[in-house]
Design a protein around this ligand. Structure first.
Ligand code: SAH
Length: 476
């Protein structure tokens, strides 16, 4: 990161006084040891007219892992091979607070009046992670008085065909107090980064509110920033948003709205209302269809199985998933149930893209929030295995309605609801896929919305209900 200060004509101070504000002597190269590597401060230029301070992080991925908390990644190689050494991540925010802590708090014993002065500043960040695209950085920094110039970085300059990466080169120009500029970076860099490298504690809220003092409560994107800064930790996000709303003199009704917004957009991991609605719709439809023997394909951790066993008419329930870990959780869930429930459930590890003779002869199969996890080129294999080979009398498929995503304020445009999703179809896309599958395999199909539908964008979840066409008879 480079911070450049230019002296306006006639100013009583000189640009090199930036060194006083940052408490770092422009004449020296300084190194600060950090838990994750080292931070260097150098001044490529320090004259009366212009002064640039550069903060360079040298990140040691091995130390980052040993130093505790790793990246928030489950992929073990990802702990060592990641963007941390190259991008302006939450680690840069940490460095700003440790290396430039006094400046961040706006204190300067030698030049107190300069600390209070709005200075012409330019901040350059060579690589900022930004999955929301150029428009997102504009939405974040422009309301704070920055002129934003962001340039997308190529994935690999040697292969222009590969397109752009999720990183941008960012240049911010504006006139403001240095401390204010640093607090913007301190809050917004981790928000853009999205993955914090250490565990959050309750005092993160205080840090956020302190750094955001004077600007965050009035920022149009304050909800998004708060969620991302707190890395989506529900309880913390809710408290922080409520406190921010108080700063703004919000009415109790507005506070309720904030809470509801949090519930809606970032469902709590335990009982997301939409997941409840989805299971209810699936169970109701299976009962209407009179299904007795049911397959839950891609059953995951068994939340639907847990509801199916409550209904005695489902005499045989088979859960299939490719994930051994998920099946283990489902197994434990079943073990806690009374015998009359548990004995009707069988769990089975398998990939839905391969034909499995043991899945034949069922009344119904459920694919709840599963197809969007399959790579599009593999979907045809799943269709053959489920509709062609297993060929149950009915198939229920639920999947996100991509059109609805625009209503999730916390979801940047073009992003999916879940990092593992390969696609999120519009109603038209899902419709044409489902109709083609039905035609190819002798089913009829109808569609049902799940969750509160929006007039324009439809429901959050869409469900297709396939029934084997009676005229087709039994598949061979
Ligand atoms: N149906 C559950 C889980 C949805 S998550 C629910 O609605 O809560 C998607 C699930 O599909 C995951 O558990 C994943 O392991 C499983 N899955 C993804 N691809 C699969 C495949 N090719 N074969 C079997 N299961 C798969």
């Amino acid at each position: 990161m480079m911070i450049t200060c230019t002296r306006p004509d006639g100013a009583e101070w000189v640009a090199a006084d930036l060194g006083f504000l940052l408490h770092k002597n422009p004449g020296r190269v300084q190194v600060f040891e950090q838990s994750y590597g080292s931070a260097h401060v150098v001044y490529p230029e320090a004259t009366d007219e212009r002064c640039t301070a550069a903060l360079l992080l040298e990140i040691d991925p091995v130390r980052l892992v040993r130093g505790k908390s790793g990246g928030a990644t489950e992929f073990s190689l990802g702990q060592y091979v990641n963007d941390r050494p190259y991008a302006a991540s939450s680690l840069l925010a940490v460095a700003i607070s440790t290396v430039f802590g006094t400046a961040l708090h706006g204190r300067c014993a030698q030049r107190p009046e300069l600390a209070e002065t709005a200075l012409p500043l330019r901040i350059e960040l060579p690589a900022v992670p930004c999955k929301g695209g150029l428009e997102l950085v504009e939405r974040l920094f422009a309301p704070l008085g920055w002129q934003v110039a962001a340039t997308p970085l190529a994935l690999d300059p040697a292969f222009p065909d590969w397109g752009e990466s999720h990183y941008v080169r960012l240049e911010l120009t504006g006139t403001m107090r240095l401390a204010r500029a640093l607090t913007h970076l301190y809050v917004l860099l981790p928000a853009l980064d999205g993955s914090k490298h250490y565990w959050l504690s309750a005092d993160e809220i205080d840090k956020l509110l302190r750094a955001g003092e004077g600007w965050l409560s009035a920022h149009p994107e304050r909800e998004w920033i708060t969620r991302r800064y707190l890395a989506r930790r529900q309880s913390l996000v809710r408290v922080a948003l409520a406190r921010l709303a108080e700063i703004d003199d919000a009415t109790p009704e507005q506070l309720d709205a904030v809470e509801e917004a949090v519930d809606e957009h970032e469902p709590a991991p335990k009982t997301p209302p939409l997941a409840v609605a989805r299971r209810a719709a699936v169970v109701r439809t299976l009962r209407e269809l009179g299904a007795r023997r049911v397959l839950d394909l891609g059953c995951g951790e068994g939340a639907l199985l847990r509801e199916l066993v409550e209904h005695r008419e489902f005499g045989e329930i088979v859960g299939v998933d490719v994930s051994v870990r998920a099946l283990r959780v489902a197994q434990r869930r079943m073990e806690r149930l009374p015998a009359w429930m548990a004995q009707r459930v069988h769990l089975h590890q398998g990939a839905l893209t391969y034909t499995d003779a043991s899945l034949r002869g069922f009344d119904a199969a459920v694919l709840m929030e599963v197809i969007e996890h399959i790579d599009p080129p593999r979907l045809a294999a799943l269709e053959r295995a489920v509709f062609g080979a297993a060929a149950p009398r009915a198939v229920l498929v639920t999947t996100p309605n991509g059109e609805y995503n625009t209503l999730y304020e916390s979801l940047p445009a073009g992003r999916f609801r879940h990092t593992d999703h390969r696609f999120e179809w519009s109603r038209a896309e899902f419709g044409s896929w489902a109709r083609a599958v039905a035609d190819n395999h002798g089913y009829t199909v109808r569609f049902e919305p799940i969750g509160p539908a929006d007039d324009r964008h439809g429901p959050p979840t869409q469900m297709a209900i396939f029934a084997r066409d009676a005229r087709e008879g039994e598949p061979s």
